[in-house]
Design a protein around this ligand. Sequence first.
Ligand SMILES: Cc1ncc(COP(=O)(O)O)c(C=O)c1O
Ligand SMILES: [Zn+2]
Length: 415
Amino acid sequence: MLKSNGGVLGFKCIRCGKEAPDAKNYVCPSCSGNLDVVYDYPAIKKKLTRASLTKNADTSVWRYKDMLPIADYRGVPIVHIGGTPLYKAERLGSDLGLSSLYLKDDGRNPSASFKDRAGSVVVAKALELGERTVTGASTGNAASSMACLTAGLGLRTIIFLPEKAPVAKIAQLLVFGAVVIAVKGTYDQAFDLCLKATEMFGWYNQNTGHNPFTREGKKTCSFELVEQLAWRCPDKVFVSVGDGNIISGLWKGFKDFYALGLIDRLPQLVGVQAEKSDAVKRAFESDGVIRPVSGDTIADSISVSVPRDGEAAVRALRESKGFAVSVTDDEILSAMRDTARRESVFGEPAGVASVAGLRKACAQGLVKRDETVVALITGNGLKDVASAMKAVGKPHLISPDAGELKALASSLKLA
Ligand SMILES: Cc1ncc(COP(=O)(O)O)c(C=O)c1O
Ligand SMILES: [Zn+2]
């Protein structure tokens, strides 16, 4: 039986269900499954209420301190994480036959992706534990977030990422001053090498899912959604899935608010994966066992062979009575254009895969017209300009000459 320590009771293995008093080795001591933080809801319920939140002027992830696993918040990053806009997407909604579609733009975080939510809590935990060096493997966004959030805090940040990561993400890492180790291989190989580094050197490991606190940071998005929808729970939330940590974090957030009595029902979660990077979808639709896939897709952030929080993702889909959709690279690029041109939100390929999945689900009649639907935009389009250029044409090139301009305007029917 776990004992209460402030709001946190301890940890529970997602795979075998055994409890653990701490997360010193990150994963379950019995079966190496990922751990989940267990909270003392009756104690938290006394502090965290609709009234307390309404009075709270903090619009960042730290407004949810009572529901986060940190005891000492001294020194946490001061940049504004979370509190991202939720837009009513009237035009895209009408294209898809939906009356209440919302886009949550998490590309508006400090390092321009959803990963800053995970980074916030992991960095706070590293500081609380008195760590000096943090390390992480990433397709790019978790790493650039860690580099951004640790800048100036006196922590050394050592990042492993596939050498083919988009150049903007590598630039972010270097600008923020991380030690960047590009691995000649895939994200999965970089992940395993980073685990080895932790074993060899004792560096604090932030790897997605492996570190149980990544999920805790990500759940703050669900808290925000509920508050932004005036305490209504959405019917469906579409989210792109790579390792499966965002979707399992979202589910944790909705379940937290439900356990605290802040909402009276739960949403269906819809996981969107790229066609050849669909290990979670396959497991969800069969026996629940994660098996490796090629991981090949233009959406580098969700290009994953073996999802590292796949079991928790399958559980989130099952418990929420949701479903999974896979999309092609062309569908992702088309969603990138639609989201930008209809709603002024420019997402990276993985960031808009959610919209591509929503379009497909609507075409298959899986979404009802009057449902409240949210699609999460998880990363900003400027993260991967090379992919964006594949979704659009080239600019019109002319000499600085009025005659040429006139001819062009006429051929384009601009005048
Ligand atoms: C922009 C973006 N979208 C979606 C994801 C998928 O999140 P997860 O790997 O937790 O499933 C990631 C992960 O890197 C990401 O960077
Ligand atoms: Zn276990």
